[in-house]
Design a protein around this ligand. Structure first.
Ligand SMILES: [Zn+2]
Length: 429
C-alpha cells in the first residue's frame, strides 16, 4: 500500500509556499486513509493575537466557508482562551472535491484535537492524548530584589512565575511588607513526554515566610471538572486568594469566542466582539459577577433576553441570549446571585452566555483582563475535598523537602532529579 501525500506548507498569505512530496506520511493520517487515495495536507500556524478562524482564513487553499466549518465545529471542545501563537494545525483536503477530510490542531506534542468527516457529513471531534508523566518540582528561594526575579533565577518559566506572583500578591502586600531575606517556596506539577518537559506547570502550593508577613500559604484546589470555575488557589481555610475579584458568571469556564475583532458566526462579517462567549447548556445558571442594581432587562433580536447590572463603581455588566431572566429592573443583587439561565435567544448559532463589561466611561472592556473567581470561600463538599487535597500536597512537599535537604547538605549534584537545589547558605541570587 503506497499513499502519496502532497504536503503544502503555508504561513501567511503573502509568504512563499513550499511544496514537498513526502513518501512517509505523518503518522496522524496514515492509518485513516483508504488505499491509493491522495490527500492534500495544508499546514498552518496560529498568528500572534489572532484566533483559530483568523489563522485558518490566512491559509491559502482554505475558503472562508471551510474556515468557519472548522472553527464552529471545534469551539465546543477547544477553549479558545488557550490558543497561542505558533501552535500548529493541519487541514487534510480532498483534492478533487476540494472538501475538508480532517483537521488536526496540536497545541503541544502530546495533544491533538482532531475533526474528521462523519458519515452524516458533519465534522466530528476526537481528542488524541499521549500519556504524560507527572513530575513534581520543589523550589525554594530568598527575596533579594523582586519575587519575579527570584523566580526567574530559579528557572521558572514566565507564565508560571506570573501565577506564583499572582497568588502571593493576594496574601502579601509586597510594597509595604516584603523584606530582603524573606523566603518563599513553590511546589510545581510538571508534565513530561519522552523526557521533555511540556510547556507550563500547575502551581500546587506556594508559601511566603517574612519578618513582617509571618508565614502565608496557598494550595491549589482541583475540582472534578477541569473547566470548573472553582479550580483556583485558596488559603488553608478555603478563602479564595483573589478576594477583590469578580465572580464568574457561570460554573464551567469554556470560552468559545473571546473579546476583540472576529468574523461573526452568523453574519460572517468582520465585527468587534465586545464581550466573551461562555459555552453552556440551556438552563445552566447565570450569576451576577458583583453586587449591584439591575438597570435593564428585556428582549431584542440581537441580544435575545438580556440583563444589565450597574455596580457601585459605575461599571456595568451585560448578560445576553438568556433562556430565562430571574430578576426585575431596579432589583439589588449580590455577587454570585443567580440572575438567569443560559439560552439561545437572539442572534446566535447555539446556546451560550455572552458576557460583557462596560467601564464607567461607557467603553466595553475585555472581561478576561479582570480577575475572576467562583467563590470567596470553598464550602461544604468542595471544602471537604480541598482538605483531602491539602493533605496530599503536604505529603508531596515533605518528601521533596527531605530529598532537597539531603542533596543540599551532601552537596550532591543530581542531574536526573527534577528538583532544583536551592542555595540554603544565604548566598545572594
Ligand atoms: Zn458574544
Amino acid at each position: 500500500m503506497i499513499t502519496v501525500f502532497v504536503l503544502l506548507s503555508y504561513g501567511r498569505r503573502s509568504s512563499l509556499n513550499e511544496e514537498t512530496v513526502t513518501e512517509t506520511p505523518s503518522d496522524l493520517f496514515d492509518t485513516e486513509l483508504p488505499d491509493k487515495e491522495i490527500s492534500v495536507l495544508i499546514e498552518g500556524t496560529i498568528l500572534p493575537g489572532k484566533g483559530m478562524l483568523d489563522a485558518l482564513t490566512a491559509v491559502e487553499g482554505i475558503s472562508l466557508e471551510q474556515a468557519f466549518e472548522i472553527s464552529e465545529s471545534l469551539k465546543y471542545d477547544v477553549d479558545f482562551r488557550f490558543i497561542v501563537a505558533g501552535e500548529r494545525f493541519v487541514v487534510e483536503m480532498h483534492p478533487e472535491h476540494n472538501t475538508i477530510k480532517s483537521f488536526s490542531y496540536m497545541p503541544d506534542p502530546v495533544t491533538t484535537h482532531r475533526l474528521f468527516r462523519n458519515i452524516d457529513g458533519s465534522l466530528e471531534y476526537e481528542l488524541i492524548e499521549i500519556p504524560t508523566e507527572k513530575r513534581y518540582r520543589y523550589v525554594e528561594g530568598e527575596i533579594s530584589t523582586t519575587l519575579n526575579r527570584a523566580l526567574n533565577e530559579r528557572e521558572i518559566e514566565p507564565s508560571v512565575a506570573a501565577t506564583v506572583c499572582g497568588i502571593l500578591e493576594c496574601i502579601i502586600n509586597f510594597r509595604s511588607d516584603a523584606r530582603k531575606g524573606d523566603k518563599f517556596t513553590v511546589l510545581l506539577e510538571e508534565r513530561y513526554h519522552n523526557g521533555d518537559k511540556l510547556r507550563g506547570a500547575r502551581v500546587l502550593f506556594a508559601s511566603y515566610d517574612g519578618v513582617r508577613t509571618g508565614r502565608r500559604v496557598a494550595y491549589y484546589f482541583s475540582d472534578t471538572d477541569k473547566n470548573s470555575a472553582y479550580n483556583a488557589h485558596y488559603t488553608k481555610s478555603g478563602e479564595a486568594l483573589i478576594v477583590t475579584a469578580l465572580r464568574y458568571p457561570v460554573d464551567r469556564v469554556h470560552v468559545t469566542s473571546p473579546f476583540g475583532y472576529r468574523i461573526h458566526p452568523v453574519t460572517r462579517r468582520r465585527s468587534f466582539h465586545n464581550g466573551v462567549d461562555y459555552r453552556g447548556s440551556i438552563g445552566d445558571p447565570v450569576y451576577a459577577v458583583a453586587s449591584g442594581v439591575v438597570i435593564d432587562t428585556g428582549y431584542d433580536n440581537i441580544s435575545g433576553n438580556r440583563i444589565t447590572i450597574e455596580h457601585p463603581d459605575k461599571t456595568r455588566t451585560a448578560y445576553y441570549h438568556l433562556n430565562r431572566i430571574r430578576v426585575r429592573r431596579g432589583q439589588r443583587v449580590i455577587a454570585r446571585q443567580r440572575i438567569g439561565d443560559i439560552g439561545r435567544t437572539g442572534r446566535v448559532t447555539g446556546p451560550h452566555l455572552h458576557f460583557g463589561v462596560m467601564d464607567p466611561k461607557g467603553n466595553w472592556i475585555n472581561p478576561m483582563n479582570r480577575r475572576m473567581i467562583a467563590t470567596k470561600r470553598l464550602e461544604g463538599e468542595k471544602y471537604a475535598r480541598f482538605l483531602v487535597q491539602m493533605d496530599e500536597i503536604d505529603e508531596l512537599l515533605s518528601s521533596h523537602i527531605r530529598k532537597e535537604r539531603l542533596f543540599a547538605n551532601g552537596n550532591i549534584n543530581n542531574p536526573g532529579s527534577s528538583l532544583i537545589i536551592s542555595s540554603l547558605n544565604g548566598i545572594s541570587y
